[in-house]
Design a binder for this molecule. Structure first.
Ligand code: GDP
Ligand code: IMO
Ligand code: MG
Length: 428
């Protein structure tokens, strides 16, 4: 039984939540290993629609143990809000386990996220404002708070004092905001301790033991490859490793444990927030993709920027992550387009680049070199076998596969749980 990593191939919102949900009944554990409540996963089960942020999508599957790994930054207030919302809809959340080493997002991280963005003005990243960057900055700077600190009030108070000493100077003198009191933060956090106690544990050990028992573990990435702090379009990225390597450091499971790497990729491209996006459309086709694909953020409600499929990005994702299988989503959104452009390479100031350029300014200047493929007009949402798809849709998928560096093993044809065409087993 395998350990599989599932990650986003582009700039997020590829449909990772739906893909995790699809695998749900075959999984024993679903582990979130990076990010926090900046993520937004929409999962549609029958007539019910769930929006998950901090919790792994596996929480919707009975029998699965959801795990929040050490690589995640946890806003405990949001954690309980989400748990309570699910419980009120009849979802059993009692199995959730949270790493004792996961870092906390507090009030001062949220405040700093918002004020630094405002300060950046035109250069802002367009973060989700959830405190993600400041919480990871504290982790790397060795002034972060961890889950385990909550269980020792003295340590917690000392750490909050240490962090605020510095941050209050910044808030008051640089950003012209009010200082935050130590008690305010500590009391807030202590209010959650008793409810957290049974959930917080050594999740690396838990997962190691599960794998020793041959149980199936899925590591579900938040964000995506092009938002990865090392491999994405820095500085227009999130502050964690959203690529498959992050599953290792963010969970405490060794790299040689990982059997499969599944990348979820849209049949076109979207991005929320600022930063380069070579295939971005500013015409009526951009509008078409945005409206037909309902491309509005699950977390902030912002309209997503839209563009055509970018094959150099797919190849980049394939090699950075070691992708074994792609799940191609939202193919149904392309129905009705006569000829579908796909970026096969870039032109950078007159020079052809077949791969994603390493230089940030080259990527900023990259204009796509397109090839066009014939579209289809038949409704494909009812397709369940590859042969149910119109010939041109089959050919489009095969063309993408040939230029993307890994096989396409499943195709999304609608938002519903069963709206999928399976070509290969994702876990074998
Ligand atoms: P995630 O962040 O990667 O989990 O993705 P989001 O949930 O933010 O965004 C993906 C959106 O596309 C959700 O609203 C899904 O319900 C929807 N979706 C997923 N797969 C498909 C598909 O194959 N077709 C269509 N039309 N919608 C899909
Ligand atoms: P899922 O998991 C799309 C983007 C933000 C911003 C940048 C940094 O749903 O795919 P942050 O708040 O993380 O510091 O913001 O990253 N971003 C996402 N975009 N999907 C996400 O998550 C994202 N999480 C962060 O819009 O540009
Ligand atoms: Mg999302």
């Amino acid at each position: 039984m395998p350990a599989a990593v599932l990650i986003g191939a582009q700039w997020g919102d590829e449909g990772k939540g739906k893909a995790t949900d699809l695998l749900g009944p075959r999984l024993d554990y679903v582990v979130k290993f990076n990010g926090g409540n900046n993520a937004g996963h929409t999962v549609v089960v029958g007539d019910e629609k769930y929006a998950l942020h901090l919790l792994p999508s596996g929480i919707l599957t009975p029998g699965v143990t959801p795990v929040i790994g050490n690589g995640v930054v946890v806003d405990v207030e949001v954690l309980f809000e989400e748990l309570e919302a699910l419980e009120s809809r009849g979802v059993d959340v009692s199995r959730l386990r949270v790493s004792a080493n996961a870092h906390l997002i507090t009030q001062y991280h949220r405040t700093l996220d918002k004020v630094t963005e405002r300060f950046l003005g035109k250069r802002q990243i367009g973060t989700t404002g959830r405190g993600i960057g400041p919480a990871y900055a504290d982790k790397i700077n060795r002034v972060g708070l961890r889950m385990q600190d909550l269980f020792d009030e003295n340590i917690l108070r000392q750490k909050v004092e240490g962090a605020l000493e510095q941050k209050n100077h910044l808030l008051v003198k640089v950003y012209n905001r009010r200082a935050i009191a130590v008690d305010e933060v500590v009391d807030d956090l202590l209010g959650y301790v008793e409810r957290l106690r049974p959930m917080v544990t050594d999740t690396a050990l838990l997962l190691h033991q599960a794998l020793e028992r041959d149980e199936t573990v899925l590591f579900e990435g938040g964000q995506a490859t092009m938002l990865d702090v090392d491999h994405g379009t820095y500085p227009f990225v999130t502050s964690s490793n959203a690529t498959s390597g992050g599953a290792v450091t963010g969970s405490g499971i060794a790299p040689n444990r990982i059997d499969r790497v599944i990348a979820v990729i849209k049949a076109y491209t979207t991005r929320v927030g600022a930063g380069p996006f070579p295939t971005e459309l500013f015409d009526e086709w951009g509008e078409f993709l945005s409206e037909k694909g309902h491309e509005f953020g699950t977390t902030t409600g912002r309209r997503r920027r839209t563009g055509w499929y970018d094959a150099p990005i797919a190849r980049y994702t394939s090699r950075i992550n070691g992708v074994t299988d792609f799940v191609l989503t939202k193919l149904d959104v392309l129905t009705g387009i006569e000829r579908i452009p796909v970026a096969v390479a870039y032109d950078v100031d007159g020079q052809r680049f077949d791969e994603v350029p390493v230089s940030q300014s080259d990527f900023h200047h990259a204009t796509p070199i397109y090839e066009e493929f014939p579209g289809w007009s038949e409704d494909i949402t009812g397709a369940r076998e590859f042969s149910d798809l119109p010939a041109n849709a089959q050919a489009y998928v095969r063309e993408l596969e040939a230029m993307s560096g890994s096989r396409i093993s499943a195709i999304g044809v609608g938002p519903g749980r069963d709206e999928i065409v399976q070509l290969h087993d994702l876990l074998a």
